[in-house]
Design a protein around this ligand. Structure first.
Ligand code: GDP
Ligand code: MN
Length: 397
C-alpha cells in the first residue's frame, strides 16, 4: 500500500527524522492559511507547493513549484489543485490532484552550499536482509544514476539480529562526503530512518532528495513509502491512511469482498483458485492467443455468491471478450463449484454477456462436467487444460 508524501513524512517525524515541514490544503484559501501558519511556526519566507499524488517525478510534470509570496501560494495552488498531473511515472491521462502540501522552503542559500542525496531502505530479497541504498546523486531518478554512474550508488546491508550498527551509519555519512556537524546529523538521520522503516513494517522507503541544508541540518525533502500489506493488520492507524482515490476502483471493490484481484490489460477474464494456478492459467491464456485481463484468486470457497461477485468484478472491465474459469477441486468439490457457477450465471441473466469456459479438475470433476453440460445454459465445459485453451482460442477467433 502506497502513501502520499505528507503521510510518509508524518511517519518519519513520529520517529524523530527531520523533515521539510508542511501542511495539507485542498483549496487555494486553505493553502494561504497554511502558508501563513508555516511562516509563524518555522520562520520560512518562501513556500513550496507540492501536488499529492501517488507518483514520482512530480517536479518534472509541474507538480512542485516554489512560491515567493502569499499571492504566489494562492495562484500556484489554484493551478495545481484539480489538474491532471502527468509525470514520467503516470499514464498519459495523468493523475488528478486533490490536495497539495504547502511546505517550508529548505533550499535557502546560506554560508554552506546545500547538497542533495538519495536514500532508500528496502528488503534485499536475494540476501533476505534489509538494505540502505544511497547515493551522492540526489534529486534525479535513481534508475538514471544506476545506468550512467553506477559507482555512485552505495549499499549497506543490515543484519536483522543486530539492526543498523553505529559504524554503518558513520560509513554512510562518510561515503556521502560529509564532515563536522552534517556528518553527525546524517548518522542520526539514518538510524532514525531505519527505525521508522522497521517500526512501520514498510516494504520501501525512498527519500529523494535528502538535503544537507545551509545550516548543515539533514532533512527529508521528499518521502515515498510503500507499506507491507501483510503487516497492516497490526497498524490500524497506518491502514487508515489509505487513499482509495489513488487506487484502481475495481481492485478496491474486489478487496472489499475479499477477492484477490489485479487488473490487467488483456481480453480474457479469469477466475481461479490459488495463486499458482492463477499464474499457470494466465500462461495458458497467452498460449491460446489471448491476453489475460486480470489475475483473480477466489480462494477456497467458490459458492454461488462468491462466484457471482467474481464474475461481476471481471465484467467491470469492458475489454473482456471471454471468461475462463479454472478451478481445482481439492477440499472444495467440483460439483459444488459447478452448481455455484450455474446458479451465478442464472442469477446474472443478461449481465453475463461473454462466452464462459469452465474447466474443473479434481474431486467429482466428471459429475461437475455433466452438471454444466445438462444445465441447458450456454457454458462450455472442459476437464483437461489444453481442452480449455482450445475453447478459449475458438471463441476469440
Ligand atoms: P518529485 O519530483 O515527485 O520527486 O518531488 P520532490 O519532492 O522530490 O521535489 C522535486 C524537486 O523540487 C526537488 O528535487 C527539489 O529540487 C525541489 N524542491 C523541493 N523542495 C524544495 C524547497 O524547499 N525549495 C526549493 N527551492 N526547491 C525544492
Ligand atoms: Mn523526489
Amino acid at each position: 500500500m502506497n502513501l502520499h508524501e505528507y503521510q510518509g513524512k508524518e511517519i518519519l517525524a513520529s520517529y524523530g527524522v527531520t523533515i521539510q515541514r508542511g501542511k495539507i490544503a485542498t483549496t487555494p484559501e486553505e493553502a494561504v492559511k497554511a502558508a501563513k501558519e508555516l511562516t509563524e511556526e518555522t520562520g520560512t519566507g518562501w513556500h513550496v507547493i507540492k501536488a499529492q499524488v501517488h507518483a514520482g517525478g512530480r517536479g518534472k510534470g509541474g507538480g512542485v513549484k516554489l512560491a515567493k509570496s502569499l499571492d504566489d501560494v494562492k495562484k500556484i495552488s489554484g493551478e495545481i489543485i484539480g489538474m491532471d498531473l502527468v509525470t514520467p511515472q503516470t499514464s498519459a491521462e495523468g493523475k488528478r490532484v486533490h490536495q497539495v502540501l504547502i511546505a517550508e522552503d529548505v533550499y535557502e542559500p546560506g554560508e554552506v552550499e546545500v547538497e542533495e542525496f538519495y536514500m532508500s531502505v528496502l528488503l534485499d530479497r536475494a540476501q533476505g536482509k534489509n538494505m540502505i541504498m544511497y547515493s551522492t546523486e540526489g534529486g534525479m531518478d535513481i534508475e538514471t544514476v544506476a545506468e550512467e554512474t553506477p559507482h555512485l550508488i552505495f549499499t549497506e546491508v543490515i543484519d536483522p539480529a543486530h539492526g543498523l550498527q553505529g559504524f554503518q551509519a558513520r560509513r554512510i555519512a562518510f561515503n556521502l562526503g560529509l564532515s563536522g556537524k552534517a556528518f553527525k546529523e546524517m548518522t542520526k538521520f539514518v538510524s532514525k530512518l531505519y527505525n521508522a522503516y522497521v517500526g512501520s513494517d514498510s516494504a520501501l522507503f525512498e527519500i529523494n532528495p535528502v538535503l544537507k541544508a545551509s545550516d548543515e541540518r539533514i532533512i527529508a525533502v521528499d518521502c515515498k513509502i510503500t507499506l507491507d500489506e501483510n503487516a497492516l493488520f497490526r497498524h490500524k492507524d497506518l491502514e487508515a491512511m489509505r487513499d482509495i482515490r489513488e487506487e484502481n476502483p475495481t481492485e478496491v471493490e474486489a478487496r472489499a469482498v475479499g477477492l484477490n484481484y489485479v487488473d490487467l490489460d488483456g481480453n480474457v477474464g479469469c477466475m481461479v483458485n490459488g495463486a499458482g494456478l492463477a499464474m499457470a492459467t494466465m500462461d495458458l491464456i497467452k498460449q491460446s492467443g489471448g491476453e489475460p485481463a486480470n489475475f483473480l484468486d477466489v480462494g477456497g470457497t467458490a459458492d454461488a455468491k462468491r462466484v457471482e461477485e467474481a464474475f461481476k468484478i471481471i465484467l467491470k472491465d469492458k475489454g473482456v471478450k471471454a471468461i475462463l474459469v479454472n478451478i481445482f477441486g481439492g477440499i472444495v468439490r467440483c460439483d459444488r463449484v459447478a452448481q455455484g457457477i450455474i446458479d451465478a450465471k442464472k442469477s446474472m441473466g443478461d449481465a453475463m454477456n461473454v462466452p464462459l469456459i469452465v474447466r474443473l479438475q479434481g474431486t467429482n470433476a466428471e459429475i461437475a462436467k455433466e452438471l454444466i453440460d445438462n444445465s441447458g445454459m450456454d457454458v462450455q465445459s472442459a476437464i483437461e487444460f489444453q481442452e480449455a485453451a482450445d475453447k478459449v482460442q475458438a471463441v476469440l477467433a
